[in-house]
Design a protein around this ligand. Structure first.
Ligand code: PEP
Length: 250
């Protein structure tokens, strides 16, 4: 198997209006220049069409999709709708949605299947709470999330795992690199159980307070194939150093 290409994805969460497109174009220019790294930006759904127009070479993603193709789901957006306006990927199962919208693993699996059916790539998030880590349950929780939320036919060409310890998201705290290595290794083993040899091609991103100062160290950890980046993806001056660190680690 060839080496897995590093993948850095930004998650703008509920940030970004039309005025942010100039920032997005700066990020796209850096992504174009960095040929050894895959880069994508997941923006609010209101911005997808304009972002895809403003930066045609940068894969633009959504942050969630509904699992149904269409129907009486007020306020929701289907994967096909996202694809129609220019999304090429979507995040599913982010911990903020698991918590705020009470999304279950079964919901997330259905969303990932719907996204794939609509031609979108998927970043499937998993991660433990601080209490679960303190109780020694982190690996069991995360591998169970993956077993229950990853589609049975998942393959590396359309699905990426993002491991995001919930206590590290937006807090400025990051796990010890030894803990990251242990978790990513355990995820790889679980993926082999679930999908066999395909597991070795599947990328596993780390997410949680990644920034220009810690990216090189995190991206050098075994089985860390890139990053899912929240706060530091909002501006080019913070995000581009992470892309460059991924290029150096490639
Ligand atoms: C995220 O929400 O996916 C994330 C990793 O956020 P942050 O980088 O801000 O911790």
């Amino acid at each position: 198997m060839g080496a897995r290409r590093k993948f850095v994805a930004g998650n703008w969460k509920m940030h970004g209006m039309a005025g942010s497109l100039s920032e997005l174009q700066l990020i796209a220019a850096a992504a174009d220049a960095s040929k050894s790294v895959d880069v994508a930006l997941c923006v609010p759904s209101t911005l997808i069409a304009r972002a895809a127009d403003a930066a045609p070479t940068l894969p633009i993603g959504a942050q969630d999709c509904h699992q149904a193709e269409h129907g009486a789901h007020t306020g929701c957006v289907s994967a096909a709708m996202l694809a129609e306006v220019g999304a090429r990927l979507t995040i599913v199962g982010h911990s903020e949605r698991r918590q705020d919208q009470q999304e279950s693993n079964a919901d997330i699996k259905a969303k990932a299947e719907a996204a794939h059916a609509a031609g979108l790539s998927v970043i499937l998030c998993c991660g433990e709470t601080e209490a679960q880590r303190d109780a020694g349950q982190a690996i069991a929780r995360v591998t169970a999330q993956i077993a229950e939320s990853m589609p049975d036919d998942a393959s590396a060409d359309w699905l990426t795992i993002a491991y995001e310890p919930i206590w590290a998201i937006g807090t400025g705290r990051v796990p010890q690199t030894s803990d990251v290595a242990e978790m990513h290794g355990a995820i790889r083993v679980k993926l082999r159980d679930l999908i066999g040899e395909e597991a070795d091609a599947m990328r596993i991103l780390y997410g949680g307070s990644m920034n220009g100062g810690n990216a090189a160290e995190l991206l050098a950890v075994s089985d860390v194939d890139g990053g899912l980046v929240g706060g530091a993806s909002l501006s080019a001056d913070k995000f581009v150093p992470i892309i460059e660190a991924a290029a150096s680690a490639s």
